[in-house]
Ligand binder design. Structure first.
Ligand code: DMJ
Length: 645
């Protein structure tokens, strides 16, 4: 017998019409969604919530000291000496010899490339012209340097630069004294690198006194932080043998399949930033694909009710995320979720996947909308409710690079990102009205704000703000340009004072302007220096903006102090007390020393055409990223398509 289906009648024979069944199913799925959605609004302590939701949405788990600056800040507040975080995770696989033999290429000689370029350059004007046929930047980043590059993304970016990334002669300054200083900085980099290679290869950082490697717990199971952080520094310094070793390590040993718990912020600024900038400088596809792979692993951190990411993420397949255990009420940190924009926008550029930009734009939208006390941005925000958790405002630790990324987002967008511009100048206005102070001795400084009460202290981390205010001086109200340049110079001067007022001529972690103190640390726990870059970073920007020779002299003072007090037999080490000449070393060569401190010093003693600011913005770990010239990039894409057709 053949059963014929009657229209509108269920084949199951339950007697329900198809349309009724559809309505019923719709109702059922609505009910399930509603119940599940309601879980988000339950307090974190409710057991039901913990059963149904992954760690991502439940209460934060303490993971010890968190992101580098914040953890230190936290420890300081607790009145403890900073301790370098320790963590144990599984060791990564060794380089296979087979793979090695496949990728080993003769090292590219920086000098040879430079020589060839010098010949090319004689025939052309290397000023602002961008040639359609073969641009200056394309010649600088020649195929020798970019073997295996993804020609489409890479070429279109390099063609849209106004100047060759490495300048006429690798940025070699014309006056011999400056060149001598630059050579010295390059020697410091080689010394730091060689010792890392000898004693800590593949680990995250070098312990120069005990001559071993440090892994820490900031990067989950990721390894080689010093290698990734050094790639671009080695490249711009022309340390090509070292650069090639680093590149080979990335190819053979950088294992992104780690299962550890990492700081979203630190992985982003050091690893994603380092890989992106290595890609943009060299055109090596390897760096691009590693950056993309890692970027994707960071996305689950944004799975919160507001889209504000949590601070700690498991890089394994679970993708669970947590807030730092020490961050009040499971909050996320302004300087962490506010320091993703530059890298994420570039991840979208290179992948054509809008998701990265959408994630950071969502953060931007929320911050723009939310009410701000006196126009200020507090450091702690709940990723669940989207509200501020505390009213602590700081341009130093916990807040710092959020402000930096606002102005740099604007600059990196070729000055088209008006929201970033508005937010930056709005924030700066509020900072000036509430935080900027003049000491009795006439020093300008940025105090911290605790719900309306000023704490007259400035962290070393806050010293980046001289450079930040400097690079933003041109784009605020036209009548404020000089005012911003003056403010930038004053802050940089104050930070220099914090160095000159110490016995070692290195600056403390935090200095105060109360109880008779003027740019000096009063607490024992604030007296350390861990090879931080911020003061030198501001010297570099102020030099580029003003060409006042004092900034180069101040940078040289820092070099001499680093050599005298931080250089040990097997690398560079931080010191525990900048006020005593019998120094005690902390046995740690931070990866940011290679990525930032030495790079900024090198740039300070180079001509301005080495990584010109017209073309590049530096992420907060000093990794250069190119300005995105949308219309040029579109033209290039059309042109590339026409050619390939
Ligand atoms: C770096 O990792 C970055 O500059 C970050 O924004 C702040 N702290 C360190 C250097 O001090």
């Amino acid at each position: 017998m053949v059963f014929r289906k009657l229209p509108g009648v269920s084949a199951s024979g339950m007697g329900l019409r198809l349309s009724q069944k559809f309505v019923f199913l719709l109702f059922l799925s609505g009910l399930v969604t509603l119940c599940f959605g309601a879980l988000f609004f339950l307090p974190d302590s409710v057991r039901l919530k913990r059963i149904f939701l992954s760690k991502t949405e439940t209460q934060p788990v303490t993971v010890g000291s968190g992101s580098e600056n914040d953890a230190r800040e936290h420890l300081k507040r607790a009145g403890k000496e900073p301790e370098h975080p320790r963590g144990v995770t599984s060791a990564k696989g060794e380089t296979s010899t087979k793979l090695k033999s496949l990728i080993r290429k003769p090292p590219v000689s920086h000098e040879a490339t430079e020589e060839r370029l010098a010949g090319d350059r004689a025939q052309e004007d290397l000023t602002l012209s961008r040639s359609r046929t073969q641009s200056a930047s394309e010649r600088v980043t020649s195929p020798d340097r970019g073997a295996g590059s993804d020609t489409f993304s890479y070429k279109k970016y390099t063609r849209c630069l106004l100047k060759p990334p490495l300048g006429r002669d690798g940025g070699k300054p014309s006056d011999p004294k400056t060149e001598e200083r630059r050579v010295k900085v390059k020697e410091m980099m080689k010394f730091a690198w060689d010792n890392y290679k000898l004693y800590a290869w593949g680990k995250n950082e070098l312990r120069p006194l005990t001559r071993n490697g440090h892994i820490g717990n900031m990067f989950g199971g990721l390894r080689g932080a010093s290698i990734i952080d050094s790639l671009d520094t080695l490249y711009i310094m022309g340390l090509m043998e070292e650069y090639n070793d680093a590149k080979e390590w990335v190819q053979t040993s950088l294992d992104l399949n780690s299962n550890g718990e990492a700081s979203l912020f630190e992985v982003n600024i050091r690893y994603v930033g380092g890989l992106l900038s290595a890609y943009y400088l060299t055109g090596e596809e390897l760096f691009r694909s590693k950056a993309m792979e890692l970027g994707e692993k960071l996305l689950p951190a944004f799975n919160t009710p507001t889209g504000i990411p949590r601070g700690v993420i498991n890089l394994g397949s679970s993708g669970t995320s947590w807030s730092w255990g020490w961050a009040s009420a499971g909050s996320s940190i302004l300087a962490e979720f506010g320091t993703l924009h530059l890298e994420f926008v570039h991840l979208t550029e290179l992948s054509n996947n809008p998701i990265y930009t959408e994630k950071v734009m969502n953060i931007r939208k929320l911050l723009n909308k939310i009410e701000k006390p006196h126009g200020l941005y507090p450091n702690f925000l709940s990723p669940v409710s989207g509200n501020w958790v505390q009213h602590h405002v700081s341009i130093g630790g916990l807040g710092d690079s959020f402000y930096e990324y606002l102005i740099k987002s604007y600059l990196m967008s070729d000055k088209t990102d008006d929201d970033a511009k508005k937010m930056y100048y709005g924030a700066l206005e509020a900072i000036e009205a509430n935080l900027v102070q003049k000491s009795t001795g006439g020093l300008t400084y940025m105090a911290e704000w605790r719900g309306g009460i000023l704490d007259h202290k400035m962290g070393h981390l806050a010293c980046f703000s001289g450079g930040m205010i400097g690079i933003g001086a041109d784009d605020g109200a036209p009548d404020k340009r000089q005012h911003y340049l003056d403010l930038a110079a004053e802050i940089t001067h104050t930070c220099h004072e914090s160095y000159t007022r110490s016995a070692t001529k290195l600056g403390p972690e935090a200095f105060r302007f109360d109880a008779g103190a003027e740019a000096t640390a009063t607490r024992l726990s604030d007296r350390y220096y861990i090879l931080r870059p911020e003061v030198i970073e501001s010297y570099m920007y102020m030099w580029r903006l003003t060409h006042d020779p004092k900034y180069r002299d101040w940078g040289w003072e820092a070099v001499e102090a680093l050599e005298e007090h931080c250089r040990v037999e097997s690398g560079f080490s931080g010191i525990r007390d900048v006020y005593t000449m019998t120094v005690s070393h902390d046995n740690m060569q931070q990866s940011f020393f290679l990525s930032e401190t030495l790079k900024y010093l090198y740039l300070l003693f180079s001509d301005d055409d080495l990584l010109p600011l017209e073309d590049w913005v530096f992420n907060t770990e000093a990794h250069p990223l190119p300005i995105i010239r949308k219309s040029c990039l579109q033209d290039e894409a059309t042109q590339d398509k026409t050619v390939s057709n």
